[in-house]
Design a protein. Structure first.
Length: 578
């Protein structure tokens, strides 16, 4: 059947840029399970293959048990018991053996048996037992991964420029996909500030999200034009359209070349008002790109990466090594390390915390709340950060602070960790600055109080907008009302900045709004000191700052604060000449 040409699908522009490539469809778990008939003389060795995979899974579960035991103690470690019990269930193994004896390959046999067990769990009325199917699923996946010799989603078969198409891609998957031939992401769910979108920006890969059912419409090998600037994809474009986008693609390349010329120039307006531009990073690999784009510091180091795609909590030593690497590479520039912000749309597969099962994860056990509830996780990270602070300028930042008590509780733990290190003669920076992210309206309202007990703040507009407007940042159905231009959001930002300045502390923004050149002039006019943005946006923001007058943007920002509707705000924004 001939392919229909020029099908346009609209979604949410999540990461800027144009990409052209062949669709590479990623299954939910990307296990390619094919039934294979096993000849009679090979069935015993097929059973042995299954036994080996089960044994390997047992070893992995033991390692998980030991690591959890080390970090959090025995009570937590026992959560792996359920997995071992499932693994050792004699009926399960007999059922799989029977299928293999009848000629089914081990992968397909285990898949069939696990599927049957899961379906029987679904018919159970009791919610607790019903949920145990997740454990069975987990064990099944582990055995399958070992049978298939897979650790991660398998992209090694890529041969040409490709665009990954998936129903959903977790932030963890996004950061681990670092294949050069991947030119873009097309995802059914999510909004502009979902963490998957943010990771794509960090990697400098164009992305369109919130496409609803795109992954079921697209076929492998379809040609896709992805326009991450407007949030649109075109399936199987005609020659004419392809040519037009190829030109855009080339223009994009030329623009980047032009922007590079700004790299070493000062960050100041034409009337000499200066600002800082820092980078947001997700791991140490991104530091060199940030520096190459002229970053003068790291304004947000999202440390969740340390917790993704692994079977045990990172150790203090791992924390230390990862952070020290960044700090040493940044030399005299500051590195703002944010303590872990798990929860929301970032849950680990560590299984400890039942994350991902909450009714309202963004209002749930997230970020600093989780760290205060499980201090062992927090302490091991704090030790790593403190030890890294001996090698350069580290700033420590707590996410999701909602009130002064939370800040004090976190600081109390920090003080005790410092005391422990002093006793052991471990060096760290005694003057390390402590900051809070202001991303919950409650914290914004009491900025004067928080401002007296921190050294700096960074406004997390991604969450601040979500919580101020009551709009889920990852829900594509409400993506159109998630808008930084809402007058309440703009006024709140201005109030935070003024209130913090009264306490003589520096204010940054590390949410996506800081990296959007449309808002640069307004934020500068509000008095923002530091823009922390993904590496790909640094020079674009610098270009705007260098082309405006501070006096003028201040006047414009004042006018904007008087507006009650977005339309008038937009009108004034459009008068700014960049
Ligand atoms: C924010 O909320 O603006 C922010 C920078 O943090 P994150 O996107 O990681 O929640
Ligand atoms: Mg946030």
């Amino acid at each position: 059947m001939p392919k229909s040409k020029n099908i346009i699908l609209k979604g949410v522009a999540a990461s800027a840029g144009v990409a052209i490539g062949k669709a590479f469809l990623l299954d939910e778990d990307d296990f390619c399970l094919i039934y294979k008939k096993i000849p009679k003389n090979a069935r015993e060795s097929e059973k042995k293959r299954l036994d080996d995979a089960i044994e390997k899974t047992r070893q992995e579960l033991k390692e998980i048990y030991n690591k959890i035991n080390d970090v959090l103690g025995e009570n937590y470690a026992h959560i792996t018991d359920a997995h071992i019990l499932i693994l050792d269930d004699p009926t399960m193994r007999e059922d799989v053996y029977k299928l293999i004896e009848d000629g089914t390959n081990a992968e397909y046999a285990i898949f069939k048996v696990i599927d049957k067990i899961i379906r029987s769990f679904e018919s159970i009325k009791d919610d607790y037992f019903k949920e145990r199917k997740v454990d069975v699923q987990e064990v099944g996946k582990k055995i399958l991964a070992n049978l298939l010799g897979k650790q991660e989603r398998n992209l090694i078969n890529l041969k040409e420029n490709s665009i990954v198409v998936a129903h959903t891609l977790s932030p963890a998957d996004t950061v681990t996909i670092r294949e050069k031939l991947i030119k873009g992401f097309v995802i059914d769910i999510g909004g502009k500030t979902s963490h998957t979108a943010i990771m794509a920006q960090g990697l400098g890969i164009p992305a369109v999200v919130g496409l609803k059912i795109a992954s079921s419409q697209i076929r492998t090998e379809d040609t896709i034009i992805l326009d991450g600037n407007v949030g649109e994809i075109i399936l199987n474009p005609s020659e004419e359209i392809l040519e037009k986008y190829q030109k855009d693609y080339d223009r994009q390349y030329e623009q980047i070349k032009e922007l590079k010329k700004l790299k070493d120039l000062s960050i100041e307006t034409i009337d000499k008002h200066s600002a800082l531009i820092f980078a947001n990073i997700d791991n140490s690999d991104e530091v060199s790109t940030a520096l190459n784009n002229g970053a003068r510091g790291i304004g947000l180091y999202r440390t969740e990466f340390m917790y993704f795609n692994r079977n045990a909590m990172p150790s203090e030593q791992e924390h230390f090594e990862e952070y020290a690497k960044v700090v040493k590479e940044m030399l005299q520039y500051p590195t703002t390390i944010r303590t872990v912000d798990l929860g929301g749309d970032k849950f680990t597969k560590l299984g400890l915390l039942k994350l991902g099962q909450e009714q309202n994860p963004f209002l749930g056990l997230r970020a600093i709340r989780l760290c205060l509830k499980y201090p062992d996780i927090f302490i091991s990270q704090l030790k790593g950060i403190l030890r890294a602070s001996a090698f350069g300028k580290v700033r420590l930042m707590y996410p999701m602070i909602s009130g002064i008590d939370e800040l004090r509780d976190a600081n109390k733990i920090l003080q005790s960790v410092k005391q422990e290190l002093r006793k052991k003669n471990v060096s760290f920076d005694e003057n390390m600055e402590i900051g809070a992210m202001i991303e919950i309206p409650a914290a914004a309202v009491i900025m004067d109080i928080i401002g007296k007990e921190v050294d700096f703040i960074s406004i997390g507009t991604n969450d601040l907008i979500q919580y101020t407007l009551a709009v889920d940042r990852v829900n594509e159905n409400v993506a159109n009302i998630y808008d930084p231009k809402h007058p309440a959001v703009l006024r709140l930002i201005k109030q935070i900045i003024d209130s913090a300045h009264k306490e003589k502390i520096e204010v940054g923004i590390c949410g996506e709004m800081a990296g959007d050149p449309h808002y640069t002039a307004i934020l500068l006019g509000f008095g923002l000191d530091e823009f922390s943005v993904s590496a790909s946006q640094i020079l674009k923001i610098k270009k705007v700052i260098r082309s405006v007058s501070f006096k003028e943007v201040k006047e414009i920002s004042d006018k904007i604060l008087q507006c009650g509707d977005k339309e008038s705000i937009l009108k004034i924004m459009n008068t700014i000449q960049v």
